[in-house]
Design a protein around this ligand. Structure first.
Ligand SMILES: Nc1ncnc2c1ncn2[C@@H]1O[C@H](COP(=O)(O)OP(=O)(O)OP(=O)(O)O)[C@@H](O)[C@H]1O
Ligand SMILES: O=P(O)(O)OC[C@H]1O[C@H](OP(=O)(O)OP(=O)(O)O)[C@H](O)[C@@H]1O
Ligand SMILES: O=C(O)c1cccnc1
Length: 485
């Protein structure tokens, strides 16, 4: 693999390029189209998801062009004509992108990202956008779940060694930070994104000296901040007593921050470790824990009264262990016809959940003026202006008898302009701002949507116009198929 001009233009499924060739040969590649991205189920049976991935999507779109080696590769496949390759050579992203911003609290079945513009552009970018948003949103959501159970304890991201390769480690770490983690063990992620880097030491250090005391002493004489890993041989008989011995010997020459335990019954052991540290006068020393932790184990450890102050979470966070895919999809919702008129489109399915919602849409977050808390999300057709209405009729799109009228509300659009006709118009805020934003957004959500077990379903409703439009299009398609049959 050695292409000095390698690019992400071919980071797409072959069928996208095949379709673009058809669009181009048939002269419809420049027809205006609208595609929307959404997921159908909130991951981890959580009550919300945290949107992430936009920064990387923006970078991808800004750089999107076919390089010489990309075109050479396509030529070599024999599937594409020279004229089509010339067309691809001049290809640049010229569409409009609207998206939820990173850190936004988002829900199932609502558009989180919308691409509007030439059909070819919309089609080419599907795979890469899904690739990025699916993963980063999943990890940010998992991280938020962990944050919700640790409350104010510190949480460190330790996943790089178990992540699905380099990119997942780096971007997963960023997503975890957005979702509420405090630090990462990945030094490059710290360099690139400014996430605080943090870490202790591994068993190898103790194994190298074959002795807890020698290892801790060696570390303490070469570092100021010290967290000793105490479970290599015997946590309570050797690890902690030797950590204490070294801390006493070194006195003010080091910051004895604490000890890490990485095996055994962490509830029982952490309590005994706490006692040993306190008795030795190190009541400020913290107990760090790691070992296949996730929000469930952490909750359980807390229930058992574990004396753990800092949680290191790796594998189960970075691989989204209990749900490895978000399942977001990207569907065409409108396209220009041969007369230049936009027509809404639908994808039907016998499974009601899989029927797409036609038409270019905006998602409005409806909050009560009185308390600023979210009442639900309201998906409306683009030309509707719910923010100007006095009263909104909100109803469940499948169980329409579940409904309510809302007055005295604010309606905030979730999809923001990111690119207008190929030009970036949105500046991604710094990572700290994004993290803060996620925190604030979560604050405005009622507790019942935030509990980690069996949360309430957050209302994601269609406007009447959007619902009626969907029903009308379903009816028209059914009638037309029946006529032809
Ligand atoms: N008190 C506890 N309650 C619930 N789960 C715990 C408790 N203590 C540890 N765990 C979890 O149980 C699992 C124990 O895993 P495992 O059996 O691999 O650990 P171990 O044998 O102690 O250590 P090692 O990694 O050296 O094999 C880990 O996921 C750990 O986080
Ligand atoms: O358990 P995770 O949530 O994935 O957290 C990261 C794990 O990585 C390290 O173990 P590893 O066995 O790789 O190395 P070490 O024993 O040398 O520390 C660390 O001790 C944690 O157990
Ligand atoms: O710094 C640590 O303690 C650490 C880093 C990576 C993986 N596990 C632990």
């Amino acid at each position: 693999m050695n292409y000095p001009d390698d690019s992400y233009a071919l980071h797409t499924d072959e069928y996208q390029i095949n379709m673009i060739q058809t669009y181009w040969l048939k002269g419809i590649d420049q027809r205006n189209a609208v595609f929307e991205l959404y997921f159908r189920k909130i991951p981890f049976q959580n009550g919300y998801a945290i949107f992430a991935g936009l920064e990387r999507v923006i970078d991808y779109l800004n750089k999107l062009h076919f390089t010489e080696s990309d075109l050479e590769y396509l030529r070599g496949s024999g599937n594409f004509s020279d004229e089509f390759l010339e067309y691809l050579k001049n290809f640049r992203f010229t569409a409009t992108l609207r998206s939820a911003v990173e850190g936004e609290v988002v829900f199932n079945n609502e558009p989180l990202l919308q691409v509007e513009g030439p059909l070819a552009d919309c089609q080419l970018v599907e795979t890469a956008i899904l690739n990025v948003v699916n993963y980063q949103t999943l990890i940010a959501t998992k991280a938020a779940r962990v944050r919700s159970v640790v409350h104010d304890d510190a949480i460190m991201e330790f996943g790089t060694r178990r992540a699905q390769e380099f990119d997942a480690a780096i971007w997963g770490t960023r997503a975890a930070y957005i979702g509420g983690f405090d630090a990462t063990s990945n030094v490059r992620a710290s360099k690139i994104f400014g996430i605080p880097a943090s870490g202790t030491h591994a068993h190898a250090l103790v194994q190298a000296y074959r002795d807890d005391y020698e290892a801790f002493k060696a570390y303490a004489t070469t570092h100021t901040d010290c967290v000793f890993l105490v479970d290599t041989y015997d946590t309570l008989k050797s690890g902690v007593p030797n950590a204490i011995k070294v801390a006493k010997e070194m006195g003010n020459k080091i910051n004895f921050l604490g000890v890490r335990i990485d095996s055994g019954d962490m509830a029982y052991i952490s309590k005994r470790v706490r006692e040993q540290l306190d008795e030795a006068g190190f009541s400020n020393a913290k107990i760090y824990a790691s070992n296949d932790l996730d929000e469930k184990t952490i909750t359980n450890l807390k229930m058992q009264g574990a004396k753990i102050d800092v949680w290191g979470v790796g594998t189960k966070l970075i691989t989204a262990y209990d749900q490895p895919a978000l399942g977001a999809v990207y569907k065409m919702v409108a396209i220009e016809n041969s007369k230049g008129v936009m027509e809404d489109t639908i994808k039907l399915s016998s499974n009601a959940e899989k029927v797409s919602t036609p038409g270019k849409k905006q998602v409005w977050r409806i909050t009560k003026k009185a308390d600023g808390k979210s009442e639900g999300d309201y998906i409306a057709l683009w030309n509707e202006k719910p923010a100007e209405e006095k009263s909104l009729y909100m109803f469940h799109p499948q169980y329409t008898y579940i409904n309510k009228n809302i007055t005295d509300f604010d309606a905030r659009p979730i999809l923001k302009d990111i690119f207008i006709e190929g030009k970036q118009v949105y500046q991604v805020p710094g990572l700290e701002k994004i993290k803060e934003y996620a925190h604030e957004r979560l604050d405005s959500l009622w507790e019942e949507y935030k509990r980690d077990l069996n949360p309430q379903d957050y209302p994601v409703d269609l406007s009447e116009a959007c619902y009626d439009n969907k029903m009308k299009i379903i009816k028209e398609i059914r009638e037309s198929i029946n006529k032809k049959a």
